[in-house]
Design a protein. Sequence first.
Length: 294
Amino acid sequence: MSRSPSRTPGKRPFLPYRYEPLDTSKQQIRLIKLHRADIQDGSALQPSAPPAIHCNISTFDLDATPPYTALSYVWGEPSPADVIYLNGRDFRIRQNLFDFLLTFRNDDANASYLWVDQISIDQTSTSERNHQVQLMASIYSHQNCDVVAWLGLASRDAACKFLQYPSFATAQDILLNRYFTRLWIVQEILLAPRVRILCGGKWLEWETLSNVVPWAFCLEEEHALPVHWLFLTRTNGEERAHQLPLERALERFAGMDCQDPRDKFYGILGAVNLLVEARVDYWKPLQAVYIDVI
């Protein structure tokens, strides 16, 4: 499937969305409600027009959220950027997230709220990032939460082959997806009460894919062993319940990628068992974060 073109907000002036600050003394999160595709997005009247995505964003206390879906995905390249409409205002997101929102809203079964870090967190505020990353374990493990692992539009063909002939041979293209190289997915997947995988417009059950993953170490890729451990650890209920020792987690998932080297620790923080609580602090330099870990 070809990539959709970059969208612009049309001829009207660009009116950027401005965040209302969260109360960081509380456990607050923002959830978005994705509008259904309808005649208002312009695509029905002008089939060649780029589709518009409209969302509402609301703040909730974490202990009083409605059912929601938390997204697990790869951010992708910053360009091209796409525009969505957030509470009627313009908001720029990356291509991979735009593709997900466009796909997800067309599924009749998806009526819940969404938590997506790229939108739900004010990424320009370091203090808010500290607050929200500290809550990440609670967000992804919440009883009202379903987690969707988005593997991108290009993964649709691989999913179709696997659904037709589920085997390690047909699973390889899925397991080699860039998604499985990302460190942040470790806690997002291990903590989730329920996980589904979305490949283009095709849904896969995590458990179905996990049946072939004991053979993942046969993959001729650097990230094969971390993928193997990810599936194995989620299957091991005892390890999930008691969390992993930090040393074991660092050893198993050291080969996975993150842009900020501090996230080698912060990206697995919610999935590890620490003797002393660690605080997320992106004001700290890398060396100070590593000293905290040791």
